[in-house]
Design a protein around this ligand. Structure first.
Ligand code: ADE
Ligand code: ZN
Length: 329
């Protein structure tokens, strides 16, 4: 028996299994083989990754595709031992496929409920705006998240090319999401340095940062993360595949030792040749305890308090069975 796992940062579109991409491509008459290598997607550099990501997402054309994808992705995460997962969902990608964004969210939620029924995993959805699609698109995504009235949508975030624009450009979008009571997260400190993490905290008031690993380049930013209790959604496999860090130099352990709240996630598993079990295994090689990682994830999850308590109790019970030491924080 292993400790229960949890992840906070998995892009739904970016988690599409290669087999499903092949099926959809055949149905739509779209050539996709040049973007596939074995069980993984093939891409070159961060810009090439984002382009391939858009191509793969564009294969999804019907609400049913999204329902099936959400069910498959959450089922796979549950089979690896996860009790909780947050899927990042991008209505702009759905809209580009000609789908109504509300129908898209409804279909994803239906797949998540089905996964909960069949696999016992608790799931929530974080709507993201895509930075390189522009400020107006991100604000529209925030309005959608705020008004969707879909109970599984509990968070709002910012993904995409961090090198485009400044965090402050997106402050209005985050204000809309904050006023709606959504949890807030943003990708930062992945392809931009520590200053981007600082700016994102100042401008967007997020409680979590997607990646955030390059904060390690500035001791003051690391101290701020620790002091303010910000949780990092660290995706080591993604960072290594995209060349942000080598496995040897990855700062997961250093950040934890500096008192930063860290969790591990997959980001876009078939793009990076990873899965949640592999991310936890990597963390273990760095001396990080899986129970601690899952606890930090649940503590930072965008869920109501009764759900958080229920998940923490489930974790505590499993930890007791494993003979793990009691929680220290
Ligand atoms: N969208 C999907 N994966 C991403 C990543 N690693 N960085 C920025 N945007 C993304
Ligand atoms: Zn991401």
């Amino acid at each position: 028996m292993t400790a229960p796992l949890a992840e906070l940062h998995c892009h739904l579109e970016g988690a599409m299994p290669v087999a499903m991409a092949r099926e959809l491509a055949a149905r739509e008459g779209i050539a996709i083989e040049d973007a596939i290598a074995g069980e993984r997607y093939r891409w070159n550099g961060f810009t090439g990754f984002l382009e391939t990501y858009d191509r793969i997402a564009a294969l999804l054309r019907r609400p049913e595709d999204y329902r099936a994808l959400a069910h498959a992705v959450l089922g796979s995460i549950a089979r690896q031992g996860a009790i909780y997962a947050e899927l990042t969902v991008s209505p702009d990608h759905a809209r580009r496929s000609g789908l109504d964004p509300l129908a898209y969210l409804g279909a994803v939620a239906a797949g998540a409920h089905e996964a909960e029924r069949r696999h016992g995993i608790t799931a929530r959805l974080t709507v993201v705006g895509v930075r390189h699609f522009g400020v107006e698109a991100v604000e529209a995504a925030a309005r959608l998240a705020a008004t969707a009235a879909e109970p599984l949508v509990t968070g709002f975030g910012l993904a995409g090319d961090e090198r485009v624009g400044r965090a402050a450009d997106f402050a209005h979008a985050f204000g809309i999401a904050r006023d709606a009571g959504l949890g807030l997260t943003a990708h930062a400190g992945e392809f931009a340095g520590a200053a981007a993490v600082d700016e994102t905290l100042d401008a967007l008031g997020v409680s979590r940062i997607g990646h955030g690993v390059r904060a390690v380049e500035d001791r003051r930013v690391v101290e701020r993360l620790a002091r303010e209790g910000v949780t990092l959604e660290v995706c080591p496999g993604s960072n290594v595949a995209l060349g942000v860090f080598s496995p040897e130099d990855h700062p997961l352990r250093a950040l934890r030792e500096a008192g930063v709240r860290v969790t591990v996630s997959t980001d876009d598993p078939p793009f990076f040749g990873t899965d949640l079990a592999a991310e936890y295994a990597f963390a273990r090689t760095r001396g990080l305890d899986p129970v601690m990682l899952t606890r930090q994830a649940i503590e930072a999850a965008f869920v109501d308090e009764p759900t958080r308590q229920r998940l923490l109790e489930k974790l505590a019970l499993a930890a007791l069975r494993l003979g793990a030491p009691p929680a220290t924080r």
